[in-house]
Design a protein. Sequence first.
Length: 327
Amino acid sequence: MTAQLTEAGPRAGGPRVRWFEAGTPIALAGTWLVLIVASALHRNDFLSHGTLLSIAFTMAVTGVLAVGQSVVAISGGILDLSVPAALIIPAFAIADLLDDGFSSGFAVTIGVLAGAGWGLINGLIIVAGKINPIIVTLGSNFVGVGVLYVLQKQAAVPTASGLRTWGQDYLFGLPNIWWPMLILIVVVGVLLPRTRIGRRTVAVGGNPVAAKARGISLRKTRLAVFTFSGTCGGIAAVLFSASTPQFVPTDSSTFLLPVIAAVIVAGISLSGGRGSVLTLLLSVGLLSTVPTALVFFGLNSNWQIVFQGLILIIAVSIDGRSQKKAK
C-alpha cells in the first residue's frame, strides 16, 4: 500500500512513504532469522525466555529513539545527533523528582515534557539560525551531556517507586517497557502516510521546493519534527529510568550508533521523503539480537560496536546507491 504525500491525495511523481519498502522487510526478517538459527545451532540454550527478555529490553529504548530519528530523516532533517542528551536529561529529571517524593505520574510527565523542550530548543536554533541540523544537534548534545555531568554525576531511581516497579514487571511474558515501543512504532508508522501533518512531513523531505510551493511551511514542519524527536527522547527516558536503577550522563552515548543504524537498516533514506517506520520493528529487533548472540558465541561485548559499525557502513552504502538510482 502506497500513500502519495500531497495535500490533495495520491498524485504521480510526488515523494512517498510506503508501509513496507519492497524487499527491505524480507531481507531484514531473513537476516534476523539466520542470526537466530546460527546462534541456536552454536548454543542450543540460545532459544530461551532469558534471551527473549534480553532482546526485548534492548529493543525498548532503542526502538523509541529510532522512531524520532526516523521522522527526522524522512522529513529531510538528515539526523538528530542529540539523542544521548534527549534521553539522559529527562532521565535525570525523572530520577530526581522520584527521589524527592513526587509521584511517578508527575515525574513521567515532566520527563516527557523535558524531552519535548529539548527538541524544541534544537528546532528553534536550526530554524532561526538556518544552520545544518547535524551541526546544531551535535553541538547541543555535547553541551547538554557536559553540563549535566558537571552538575550531577549520577542518578538513582528509588526501588520503591511505582515507575521502578512497573519497569520490572512483565505483560504477556515480555517486559512492560517493550510494549510502549511497539505501540509507538505502529501508531507513527500507520499515521505518518495517512494524516495531514504526516504527509506534509514526508513532502518536505521528498521535495522541499514543491512542498513550499503548495503552501507547506518548511520552518514549522522542521520545528515540529525536532520537537517530536525530543519527545521520543523523553518517552525513551521513562523506559530507561524504569529499567535502570542507577545511571551516569555518559550512559546514553551507547544508544546513538544503534539508533542511527536501525533507521538506515530499515531502509529510511537520509535524503528524506522515503521509508517505512513500521520496518523499524525488524531492524531494531535484528540489531538488538546482535549483542546477545555475541555473548553466546563467546565474543567480548565490545565487539557489538564493531558489528554495528559494519552494519551501518553497509546500510549507508546501500542507501547511497539507491539515491543514485533514484536520480
